[in-house]
Design a protein around this ligand. Structure first.
Ligand SMILES: *Cc1c(COP(=O)(O)O)cnc(C)c1O
Length: 414
């Protein structure tokens, strides 16, 4: 269990971190004053580094190990992109990927210097985004001939050149050039030589499934599309396709770089791979009220929990507006004193109730863990993102990215 003493108040000098070893950074989004509430997400920077190390070791068997370009979209999967970016950059990551230009700008403003790949984020006919791409030294992923024209126009105006990556759709059906768009893309690139296609990427739809065949089919198409582009005079040499699952389970998808996201945050993309990964985020709060209710009485909105016995109910200051999904009402668990306690009744916006009848000694001020591990007088246990996802019929990715902006992030070393 984390001692609250490890989390000292942040100071301004902590933010740059270079003069002083960083133990805690300023909580982001929620203002420091919001940290009056004991509900917070603790992010272990050491776990992030350890996970990068796990991936590096995993890839080191290859003759020419691929580079690692970590994925920090959606605020670093809810962990806080600037802090994650700084940590991984210092740990020697080769590059970072984001979904939006805005996300890349946030990282540049946080002082991140490594290459930043913007995988999406051009919407409609606006040119502004491409100006930002050039000004901020970002690497765009282009998947439409019009992108080449718009970026090319900006570059021509400024008398600049830009290396870009091209994305092809090999079976995800989301973004990326379809077969018929390869030729128009090649023509556009021919007209705008200031746009230099050095990278070629695709995205795997089924890499986290046991069956590798759909991924292999996508890789065959990747190879065919690459050959077709070459025929058209476009020969990118830097190839990448693998997400976390592809990184951990599909060596033939490694190419020149891999793009792990969820694994860096310590969550395995599926059972049976990535066992050494360590969850980086832990969401905790404290008991703020306690009552004993008699058999037959009900609690919470809609009275969906009715006591089948004399029940000790604890209230925690964390609700669905914090990311504790209402779908966990009467289903999910939290940890108190190192033991599991079921969520009782409907999770409300700011508060939730838990049944601590079987947690002897539970009292006001006790730490309650909604995500992550706890070591207490009654034992040691862990609520994993997978477990929460299973209750909610979703995936661990969504659990991580659902911890809302009202929950301040605290960064811990180790
Ligand atoms: C999100 C994303 C990734 C990372 O996926 P994980 O499963 O989290 O590793 C890689 N590539 C692209 C294009 C993505 O959108």
């Amino acid at each position: 269990m984390t001692s609250p003493g490890a989390l000292r108040a942040p100071t301004d000098t902590d933010m740059d971190g270079d003069e002083h070893p960083v133990r805690v950074l300023r909580p982001r989004r929620a203002a420091p004053a919001d940290a009056v509430r004991p509900t917070r997400a603790e992010v272990s920077l050491a776990a992030l580094r350890a996970n990068l190390h796990v991936l590096r070791r995993h890839l080191s068997a290859a003759e020419r190990p691929p580079r690692i370009w970590g994925v920090l979209k959606a605020d670093g999967y809810g962990h806080g992109a600037p802090a994650v970016g700084r940590t991984l950059e210092r740990a020697g990551i080769d590059g970072l990927c984001v979904a939006l230009i805005e996300e890349a700008v946030e990282l540049r403003e946080a002082g991140i210097r490594v290459p930043l790949l913007v995988m999406g984020g051009y919407f409609g006919a606006r040119r502004d985004g491409f100006e930002e791409i050039v000004e901020r030294d970002l690497t765009p992923v282009l998947y439409d001939p019009s992108h080449v024209e718009r970026l090319g126009a900006v570059l021509r105006e400024k008398g600049r050149k830009k290396a870009v990556h091209v994305k092809v759709d090999t079976g995800m059906g989301r973004l990326g050039l379809t077969w018929g768009e390869l030729e128009p893309m090649a023509h556009a690139l021919g007209r705008f030589p200031e746009v230099r296609p050095i990278g070629l990427m695709t995205h795997l739809a089924c890499a986290d499934a046991e069956d590798p065949e759909p991924s292999r089919e996508q890789l065959r198409r990747f190879s065919a599309m690459r050959a077709e582009l070459r025929e058209q005079g476009v020969s990118p040499t830097f190839l990448h396709a693998a997400n976390s699952a592809g990184t951990l389970a599909l060596p033939e998808a490694h190419f020149d770089a891999v793009r792990p996201g969820v694994a860096l945050y310590g969550v395995a993309p599926r059972r049976g791979i990535g066992a050494e990964l360590r969850p980086a985020m832990r969401v905790r709060t404290e008991i703020v009220a306690l009552r004993t209710i008699e058999t037959g009485s009900a609690i919470g909105y809609g009275h969906t929990f009715r006591a089948a016995r004399r029940t000790v109910v604890a209230t925690v200051p964390m609700g669905y507006a914090d990311g504790l999904s209402r779908g966990l009402s009467n289903r999910g668990h939290v940890l108190v004193r190192g033991a599991r306690a079921p969520i009782a009744g409907a999770v409300s916006m700011d508060l939730a109730m838990i049944d601590v009848t079987d947690v002897p000694g539970a009292q006001i001020g006790d730490e309650v863990v909604a995500l992550g591990a706890q070591d207490g007088p009654l034992g040691k246990d862990c609520i994993t993102a997978d477990e929460v996802a299973e209750h909610l019929g979703t995936i661990s990715w969504e659990v991580l990215t659902s911890v809302s902006r009202r929950v301040p992030r605290f960064y811990r070393e180790p």
